[in-house]
Ligand binder design. Structure first.
Ligand SMILES: [Fe+2]
Length: 422
């Protein structure tokens, strides 16, 4: 976690249930209102703290269709509260600017037409300062609603998902500006003082899992709908590495011709290697006989002892094949994580699994616009587990399912290996 981007550890998911119990369904206790006021303030402030290191010029750039400008992230998470909370539960609310719905809706088709995703960087107006005003306008309205509503039970789940949504964008804010900075030959640092987080990295020991286990979210505290229903899985005996794959191991893979050996790669992966000219992880460059990597602290020497980062699913899969192993399934990962047996499960790099992003048995998206949050993306993507150095404190869970396309590598993504017991 960059020091300048360290979150206040507000553990939304652990606190919510006890407070929910204290509401009688419509009214809310003073404690509950106070908790949500503080949670709202804290999460909103974290976004601004991460953005504060970036100039207005930094905040407008979009370096590829998959990334979004900082300013857009700041406005979009605000629009989320405006669209799904204030418009529905605060009848007297006046929109800050009616055109913002078009500019800052992401992918919610049922919420109306929207700016094309690849064109978000063209939104030079409103400027960053006006987005700050927009955020303040919505903040005031949400605080007033928390104080005044007679139907707290109805608004609480919307505030809750809105805050978790904003935390997701806090991570994207960093991954996206890092991609933009990686394309600047002067290698700007997001935070010159940034350091890789201290990890556990215990070594090469492995942990065995097998048999019937329950995975998914059990219903205590917040989760996204894709983590449910909880259900039983049958695992064949398998050993998961306690440690993440390191840069040093990745250098061995490279030295052994990993990026030039088609038999190690899935067909789509090899096509991507050829099309993109990949010969090293994302953001790596070879200069004067040494490898360097673009980080949140600028260009830094590659440290062989640290976890490898910015690799795609295709690369992770090829590495595993080269190592004579495979990636864990998400169920294998979750069972091992629940047993507290994985080092660096959280806080370093998201870990690719070999599981495609599919609905759990019996999954049904919520009705209405918020049903678009996760369910419609359950195709052609792979699941990552854990969390990364950019994930806000209090946001991760053992049942959390992140997902990206198999060629994506601008996230803080790495891997650990698994091996079936014979
Ligand atoms: Fe979003």
């Amino acid at each position: 976690m960059p020091r300048s981007a360290a979150s206040r550890p507000i553990r939304l998911s652990e606190t919510v249930d006890s407070l929910s119990d204290s509401t009688d369904g419509r009214a809310a206790s003073d404690d509950a209102r106070q908790f949500w006021r503080e949670a709202f303030r804290s999460v909103r402030a974290e976004t601004e703290r991460r953005a504060a290191l970036l100039s207005a010029e930094d905040q407008v750039v979009q370096s590829m269709p998959d990334t979004s400008p900082t300013k857009w992230h700041r406005a979009h998470v605000t629009w989320f509260f405006e669209e799904f909370l204030l418009r529905r539960f605060a009848p007297a609310y006046k929109a800050f600017d009616e055109s913002f719905g078009y500019l800052f809706n992401s992918y919610y088709v049922s919420a109306g037409p929207r700016q094309g995703r690849p064109q978000r960087g063209l939104i030079t107006r409103p400027g960053a300062a006006e987005v700050t005003d927009y955020r303040a306008h919505v903040d005031r309205a949400v605080m007033a609603l928390i104080d005044s509503t007679n139907d707290f039970a109805a608004i609480m789940p919307i505030i809750e998902i809105g805050l978790h949504h904003e935390q997701q964008h806090q991570e994207l804010l960093l991954t996206d500006i890092l991609h933009a900075f990686s394309l600047n030959v002067t290698h700007p640092a997001y935070d010159p003082r940034w350091q890789w987080p201290k990890g556990e990295m215990a070594g090469a020991a492995a942990v065995s899992v097998s048999g019937i286990h329950r995975i998914g979210h059990d219903g205590n505290g917040f989760c996204f709908d894709n983590e449910q229903p909880a259900h039983e899985v049958l695992l064949q005996p398998v050993q998961l590495s306690r440690a993440l794959v390191t840069n040093g191991e990745w250098l061995d893979f490279m030295a052994d011709g990993g990026y030039g050996t088609p038999s190690l790669w899935l067909s789509d992966g090899w096509a991507t290697v050829e099309a993109q000219g990949w010969s090293a992880p994302g953001y790596w460059q070879h200069t004067d006989g040494a490898w360097f990597s673009m980080t949140l602290g600028g260009l830094r020497p590659v440290d062989p002892s640290l976890p490898v980062c910015h690799v795609s699913y295709y690369e992770a899969d090829a590495f595993a094949r080269w190592a004579g192993k495979h990636l864990p399934s998400e169920a294998e990962w979750e069972v091992a994580a629940r047993a507290e047996t994985l080092d660096d499960a959280f806080g370093a790099v998201w870990q690719w699994t070999r599981s495609s992003y599919s609905p759990y048995p019996g999954y049904r998206p919520e009705p209405g616009a918020l049903g678009e949050y996760n369910g419609k993306f359950m195709i052609n993507q792979m699941v990552l587990r854990g969390s990364s150095l950019a994930t806000p404190a209090g946001h991760s869970r053992k049942s959390y399912r992140n997902f990206f396309y198999p060629s994506a590598r601008w996230q803080f993504s790495g891997l650990r290996l698994a091996e079936f017991e014979h």
